[in-house]
Design a protein around this ligand. Structure first.
Ligand code: G1P
Length: 278
């Protein structure tokens, strides 16, 4: 059973300035719920109720969000508004939240390494909250991956097909098909030019990692953009042992970009919000 899930949330969110000037990008709301809460709900649904944040300066609002707000709750107690907090209160009760800081922006691999003490020596999930994954009426993406982990006992990355003109924004994998939606990874490149991409299968922000990845990251030199890339560490792991790529069921929205964010907002308003209003 995987219990821990790591959320690297130290990034500045420059694509959303000025909205993110004084507010963490993970707190941007998709309709009436901050982006990060969708990710935490997905992790908890998958049984990963020990949430570990790798955070940074200016991210205080995240800690406050996953805590009781006494004044506010006292103020709305007994009113019709109380129920708006029921869900987040349950989440806070069901999960634990730990925080550590990444004090240098050295890439996703480095951010994950900073979580080592929080995670310890067990397999763990990683959620990039920018990627909103929904599988309405079905199992969440992390829960699907946790199930696969029980089968393969190795690191797993979630992948999806991406048009050629957008492939250079992603980690890209190639490998041998194990079944319709599972591929054993043999090649993995961070943000390749379209003509050098080994396939059209892009890694999205959901990972299950075995703890040997930490030693591998420590040995991984800076790669693309001079940053320590989890993609490079995973390629080493794929060569030394095994990494599986999984074409998940559900939808993924790139909420790190304005068009993806708007698309997610419209989708959630239509499919989730109106349903919860009934
Ligand atoms: C990160 C990873 C990349 C992955 C992407 C998914 O990139 O480095 O391999 O494909 O997340 O969203 P970022 O988007 O943070 O630059």
């Amino acid at each position: 059973m995987i219990k821990k899930c790591l959320f690297p949330v130290a990034g500045y969110g420059t694509r959303f300035l000025p909205a993110t000037k004084a507010m963490p990008k993970e707190m941007l709301p998709i309709v009436n719920k901050p982006l990060v809460q969708y990710g935490v709900e997905e992790a908890v649904e998958a049984g990963m109720d020990e949430i570990c944040f790798v955070t940074g300066r200016g991210k205080q609002a995240l800690e406050d969000h996953f805590d009781i707000s006494y004044e506010l709750e006292h103020q709305i107690a007994g009113t019709g508004k109380e129920e708006l907090l029921t869900h987040i209160r349950d989440l806070i009760e069901r999960a634990t939240f730990s925080y550590t800081r990444q004090n240098a922006m050295k890439g996703l691999g480095h951010a994950i390494l900073m979580g080592r003490r929080l995670v310890g020596d067990a397999p763990f999930g990683v959620v990039l909250a920018d990627d909103l994954c929904l599988n309405e009426g079905g199992e969440g993406v992390l829960a699907q991956m946790a199930r696969l982990y029980r089968q393969f006992r190795c690191s797993i990355v979630a992948v999806m097909e991406v048009p050629k003109e957008r492939i250079s924004s992603y980690g890209v994998i190639a490998g041998e098909a194990v079944s319709d939606n599972i591929i054993r990874v043999t090649s993995m490149v961070e943000k390749p030019p379209a003509e050098e991409a080994p396939s059209n299968l892009a890694v999205i922000g959901r990972y299950i990692l075995t703890p040997d990845i930490f030693d591998i990251i420590e040995q991984t030199p800076p790669g693309k953009n001079g940053e320590v890339q989890i993609t490079d560490a995973l390629l080493t792991q794929a060569r030394e042992s095994c990494v599986m790529a999984y074409r998940f069921e559900g939808r993924r929205f790139d909420c790190g970009s304005v068009p993806g964010f708007v698309e997610a907002t419209n989708y959630c308003f239509e499919h989730l919000y109106s349903a919860s209003e009934d």
